[in-house]
Unconditional design. Structure first.
Length: 339
């Protein structure tokens, strides 16, 4: 075979390989625990899937599976991405308590200031420390927080003493710890169980952000809602959009570049804004109820009462091998930097 023919064949092979790579299509299944009506499904994942499809000329298809429809429990989601059972998941790290201790710093009471700024701050921490640390088993495409936690109760909560003895549902170990320090009787339970347990008198209130209220019709179950004035939130929770590493690294270079452009801090900021907008809608469903806003002097009393929660978290952090107080200071600085 002469040199010209060899060169021609080699060029054809390379051209064919390039054409194949450029025409390759990828499907990314995203599994999550919420319903299709949830803002993070309809206002976040759906627009994200459309944007990725447009940016890739249809070569990246994001399929969304809601309500744990691919099987398992919400607490299994992160490992489903790690193990490759699905390509990606949207989940709360807090569903696996004690596993993501550094990320938990943003869930401490009264840390969060502004959902969007805190979402950007959380992603900054992921990018600089957590991705190669406690999130190393999965590629984190975005990280964000929900809006300020609000107290929803049968009886009005207008001051710290009003919480005494009230059976209050808490979503995470930090929030249940907080509720106990504030004088309530904390009861841990998943979100879907709130209406049933409220109706049966097992709990007399719950703490959730406004955006969740319509999905469980909580505004019809309790007449009182307590917010905080000032720039501090009672609490928040962190979310991640996590992808299987092998799938991510196996993407053609051009598609991986497109996915990188569509994710990261900008997507985290978008998710934070979705939470803000959803809170406004959720609050609107309860406008006919009694909405109480604690003044800043009262909020200061709550912050002081919560100090033991910080002390215990810092002590736990030491046992996990990191400086808890330094992590708290860093989180506050990151939020400030992103405002």
């Amino acid at each position: 075979m002469n040199r010209v023919l060899k060169t021609t064949i080699a060029a054809l092979v390379l051209a064919s390989a390039a054409t194949t790579a450029m025409s390759q299509e990828v499907t990314i299944r995203v599994h999550h625990f919420m319903s299709q009506k949830a803002p993070l499904h309809s206002k976040f994942l759906v627009p994200f899937s459309e944007q990725v499809a447009e940016a890739s000329d249809g070569r990246i298809k994001v399929e969304i599976f809601d309500s744990m429809s691919l099987g398992g429990r919400p607490g299994d989601l992160y490992d489903q991405a790690v193990d490759g059972a699905v390509e990606a998941v949207l989940t709360l790290p807090g569903y696996t308590s004690g596993r993501f201790n550094r990320a938990e710093v943003f869930e401490l009471p009264f840390i969060m200031q502004d959902s969007v700024a805190t979402s950007k701050a959380f992603y900054d921490l992921i990018e600089t420390e957590l991705q190669d640390g406690e999130f190393e088993e999965a590629k984190i495409l975005a990280g964000w927080v929900h809006g300020p936690g609000v107290i929803h109760s049968e009886e009005p909560i207008a001051k710290l003493e009003d919480l005494a003895g009230k059976e209050m549902r808490g979503p995470t170990r930090l929030v249940t710890d907080l509720l106990g320090e504030l004088g309530a009787t904390p009861v841990g339970m998943p979100l879907p169980k709130i209406p049933e347990n409220m109706s049966k008198g097992v709990i007399s209130g719950a703490v959730i952000p406004w955006e969740v209220v319509p999905s469980i019709k909580l505004q019809e179950l309790v007449p009182n809602h307590t917010e905080l004035s000032g720039d501090r939130a009672l609490y928040t929770a962190v979310f991640v959009l996590a992808m299987n590493w092998d799938v991510y690294e196996g993407l053609p270079d051009d598609l991986r570049a497109i996915l990188d452009e569509q994710t990261g801090k900008a997507l985290s900021e978008f998710a934070g804004q979705v939470m803000v907008d959803a809170d406004a809608g959720g609050r609107g469903t309860a406008e006919a109820n009694n909405i109480i806003k604690l003044d800043e002097a009262e909020v200061a009393r709550w912050i002081e009462a919560a100090q033991p929660v910080y002390d215990r978290w810092v002590e736990r952090a030491s046992g996990e091998g990191f400086d808890g107080q330094a992590a708290i200071d860093q989180a506050r600085d990151l939020i400030s930097d992103n405002q």
